[in-house]
Design a protein around this ligand. Structure first.
Ligand SMILES: C[S@@+](CC[C@H](N)C(=O)[O-])C[C@H]1O[C@@H](n2cnc3c(N)ncnc32)[C@H](O)[C@@H]1O
Length: 237
């Protein structure tokens, strides 16, 4: 069942197998998890991954964290995520969405959301909900693609000419988030998979143009990490 606030995600909803290949190709040097760990260490923590999809990132969290909770609104992906983590005793998968997390208040050290366009301008209800679920001192980390960098950002702009990245970043800034930009490399095993993955992310025309402009099996992609800590109590001025 699809729940009220859910934003359709055609790439992973319609092509979960190709999205798996995309996830394997993304950030092959692990720059994003490195940055997230620097901002909020994982060892011994409780991590909530909101919009976890098929749970691709959960095993990496589970290797260091005490407890990992994957939250996902789309039923077929929930099943995939449950299958993936069935052998992990410290991971659970629950149905829910960012704006209403089925979790206790003050229960998590980190709330993480990756390629989480449901955390964009106007996502106040999701931010308030993450702050409720976080323990004092806990951290909300939102990881999303950065349209400002070539070449990936140019392809996004071609397909989404009205997308206003300045407005999105201003929204997070006004909500008290810090920003870190992370440069990564996507690397594929073969051209066929590279082309197919571009085909689930972009219109046919943009995907064809992108594939033509890539000489080998990889290209650069920049991400934005927006993060904000829950206050620990009365702050001294
Ligand atoms: C692009 S996918 C990313 C999945 C996963 N984070 C990953 O990196 O593999 C976005 C996910 O967000 C989910 N989603 C959409 N709206 C949501 C909402 N309001 N709250 C939580 N998740 C949502 C979609 O069902 C989809 O699984």
């Amino acid at each position: 069942m699809t729940r009220p606030h859910t934003i359709p995600s055609p790439n992973i909803w319609n092509w979960p197998g190709l999205y798996e290949a995309e996830n394997r190709a993304q950030d092959v040097d692990g720059r994003i998890p490195d940055a997230v760990r620097r901002i909020a260490p994982w060892a011994g923590s409780t991590i909530v991954d909101v919009g976890c999809g098929t749970g691709f990132h959960l095993p990496e969290f589970a290797a260091l964290a005490d407890r990992v909770v994957g939250v996902e609104p789309h039923e077929p992906l929930l099943e995939e995520a449950r299958r993936r983590v069935s052998s992990y005793s410290n991971v659970e998968i629950v149905a829910g969405h960012a704006e209403s997390l089925p979790l206790d208040s003050d229960s998590a050290d980190i709330v993480h959301a990756r390629t989480a366009y449901f955390f964009g301008a106007g996502s106040g209800p999701g931010i308030v909900e993450a702050m409720r679920v976080l323990k004092p001192g806990g951290t909300l980390v939102v990881v999303d693609l950065d349209v400002s960098a070539s070449p990936y950002g140019d392809w996004m702009k071609a397909d989404l000419p009205k997308y206003d990245c300045v407005a999105v970043e201003s929204f997070f800034h006004a909500q008290g988030f810090e920003l870190e930009r992370v440069d990564t490399r996507w690397q594929f095993d073969d051209r066929e998979t590279l082309r197919a993955v571009l085909g689930i992310e972009f219109t046919g025309r943009t995907a064809a143009r992108a594939a033509k402009s890539i000489p080998g099996l990889g290209f650069d992609v920049r991400y934005r990490l927006h993060w904000r800590r829950k206050p620990t109590g009365l702050e001294r001025v």
